[in-house]
Design a protein around this ligand. Structure first.
Ligand code: SF4
Length: 356
């Protein structure tokens, strides 16, 4: 490649769209070039989204799932998992704590659990909405009518990762639902007025750097308000237990940096799985390389060990209050502050760096 990394960064900041091959090259830069890539992402994050870090507290309220995604530790075939549903009162109590602890948003996350009908979820959403918290749902693929009911009840946002835009790989990893259905769901969400989040898994078995580059470009196509990506980590109780990680760890971090450069206005979380990749420092590194959102796990302690989508999940022995203290410490060390508002999509606040 004839271009220097500085020229690449100038081009990306000006809105240039690299090709798949060019992105694959940028994912693997080394040494000073790697440092400059991460710095460029950090400076775009600071200029566009500001220094405040939005805190979205996750409540993993059911680990029951009808699906059998090959990489997932709570897939329906995994008989070693003790299944749970958190009673509504306990979910609402946790949401109230989230508010006290300074979260602007509560994320209700579960497997695709048919017990949670539109009516049951809407009831929870209404109660949390009344606490003056923004609500993100992450419940998997749902029919449009159910999504409409959630929106009507007061849900603001919805997260549904596409995981990979390679149709063949998607079909191999997700035996239960076609790719098109997931994209239909994302379209429905946008039309219904949700703030829409999606993302992909970095380093899926069998995926090439070019596949990763295509996933990065696909996020642009989807015009997302939030983009969550995390490393693939092989769970021992899944068919992918033998799969390894990318030989070059920096590719995981470069992916987030390029995500920021390609999507300057998106909320990008430092996802928990990065702390499993690099114990206790992974999420910090992501916050220093383009991310502006942190998603503490607020799931009550007794359920946490039962929601292991991947191995070595951090914070499973903590309670929500301890996680919040930990975050404050992390942000202080990074010279960042905790945002105080809801942290809505940039296109809605249109306040750029001031949307704290
Ligand atoms: S990834 Fe989600 S939908 Fe797939 S098995 Fe796991 S919880 Fe279920």
């Amino acid at each position: 490649m004839a271009r220097t990394i500085q020229e690449w960064m100038t081009g990306l900041k000006a809105g240039e769209l690299p090709t798949v091959e060019e992105l694959a090259y940028l994912l693997t830069v080394r040494g000073d070039d790697s440092r400059l890539l991460l710095q460029a992402a950090d400076s775009v994050r600071a200029a566009v989204m500001g220094d405040a870090v939005h805190i979205r507290g996750i409540i993993e309220f059911s680990n029951i799932c009808r699906n059998d995604c090959l990489y997932c530790g709570i897939r329906r075939s995994n008989q070693t998992v003790t299944r749970y549903r958190i009673p509504d009162e306990e979910i609402l109590e946790t949401a109230a704590h989230a508010k006290e602890w300074g979260c602007g948003t509560v994320v209700l996350q579960s497997g695709e659990d048919p017990y949670y009908t539109a009516e049951r979820i809407s009831k929870l959403v209404r109660a949390i909405h009344a606490m003056d918290l923004a609500i993100t749902l992450s419940l998997g693929v749902r029919p449009r009518a159910e999504l409409a009911a959630f929106r009507e009840a007061g849900a603001d946002r919805y997260l549904l990762r596409f995981e990979t835009c390679n149709r063949e790989q998607f079909a191999r990893l997700h035996p239960d639902a076609p790719f098109e259905e997931r994209i239909r769901c994302l379209d429905d969400l946008r039309e219904l007025g949700f703030q829409v989040g999606s993302g992909f898994m970095i380093g899926l078995p069998g995926a090439s750097l070019e596949d990763l580059a295509r996933d990065l470009l696909f996020t642009r196509q989807l015009q997302l308000d939030m983009i969550g990506c995390g490393p693939f980590l092989a769970h021992p109780d899944t068919p992918l237990r033998e799969s390894g990680q990318l030989p070059d760890k920096s590719v995981y971090y470069h992916t987030i940096a390029l995500l920021r450069l390609l999507n300057p206005h998106a909320h990008i979380p430092a996802t928990t799985a990065f702390d499993a990749l690099d114990k206790e420092s992974g999420r910090n590194r992501v916050l220093e390389g383009g991310a502006n959102v942190f998603m503490p796990n607020l799931t009550p302690g007794k359920y946490r060990k039962l929601y292991l989508l991947y191995p070595d999940k951090p914070c499973v022995d903590e309670e929500g209050g301890a996680c919040m203290l930990c975050i404050r410490g992390r942000l202080r060390a990074l010279g960042r502050k905790m945002a105080t508002g809801r942290g809505d999509a940039w296109r809605l606040t249109n306040a750029g760096g001031n949307n704290a």
